[in-house]
Design a protein around this ligand. Structure first.
Ligand code: HPA
Length: 274
């Protein structure tokens, strides 16, 4: 058993379940860089700092508040993670995915992952929202490496990691709200350096539409434990080489702030229909 496996996750969930009120969440939501504003839309019964959750290190990145929030969104009880653990912080893939195990142990069967990403698809603009149809793991790490965790699939099928019915629901909600929802492939890299222009040309060649530094370990674990997954990227910038300006984390946060209203409306609309 790894340090960040299912047994530990159950202990972590047991330690915080009382503060959340005990109901099984309709969804677990992971809020990416600059997208934490959705947390304010949740009628929260509890806001638990990462420091209070056994097994969680404290989040360090600007734009990541570092709390697990439980409460009602669109009439549904949800748990949301404001902040996440990135491998570029020095964390193992298993730790990057550990909160997924904890939220699953709290009863969530559906995972909504979100992230900020650079746009590799040349037709897109900063501020666009992308439904993640598939991903490419360029982290060269896998959170399932090690002894098989109780309850895990040893060799999870990855032919459809992102649930097609949830994707269709997302399309319908976006259409009803007049939100343009792009769709594409997310390439997950380790970071923390942004890509070079040559790397972005490679990503394009490989079939990626967006690139970021998270999400992949979380989705792999979610599939190994049987959760349904829905994923979104907020395209915060054109990836390196596709525009003349250098990429800054400040720009990433600015763009997510501008796209936040659409993003929040979309996620809230989807959660209401789960
Ligand atoms: N590359 C990788 N990660 C990112 C980017 C990018 O251009 N923008 C936001 N996260």
């Amino acid at each position: 058993m790894t340090t960040f496996g299912s047994v530990r996750a159950r202990q972590s969930a047991d330690a915080i379940r009382g503060r959340l009120g005990g109901a099984a969440p309709s969804a677990a939501i992971i809020l990416g860089s600059g997208l934490g504003g959705l947390a304010d839309q949740i009628d929260a019964t509890a806001r638990i700092p990462f420091a209070d959750i056994p097994g969680f290190p404290t989040a360090t990145v600007v734009g990541h508040a570092g709390a697990l929030i439980g409460g009602t969104l669109a009439g549904k009880f949800v748990v949301a993670l404001a902040g996440r653990f990135h491998m570029y912080e020095g964390h193992d893939a298993a730790l990057a995915a550990f909160p997924v195990r904890v939220m699953h142990a709290l009863g969530a069967q559906t995972l909504i992952v979100t992230n900020a990403a650079g746009g590799v698809n040349r037709l897109w603009q900063p501020g666009d929202l992308m439904l993640i149809r598939d991903h490419i793991n360029l982290m060269f790490r896998n959170p399932l490496i090690g002894a098989l965790e109780p309850g895990d699939l040893r060799f999870p099928d990855m032919s459809a990691p992102y649930d097609s019915a949830l994707g269709e629901l997302a399309r319908q909600v976006a259409m009803g709200q007049g939100i343009v929802l792009r769709e594409g492939v997310y390439a997950g890299g380790l970071g923390p350096a942004y890509e070079t222009a040559a790397e972005v040309r490679m990503l394009d060649f490989l079939g990626a539409d967006a690139t970021g530094m998270s999400t992949v370990p979380e989705v792999i674990v979610a599939r190994a434990i049987g959760m349904r997954v829905l994923g979104f990227s907020c395209i915060t910038n054109l990836a390196c080489g596709l525009s003349n300006s250098p990429i800054t984390h400040a720009e990433v946060l600015e763009t997510t702030a501008a796209a936040a209203a659409h993003f929040q409306k979309l996620i809230t609309g989807i959660v209401g229909k789960l």
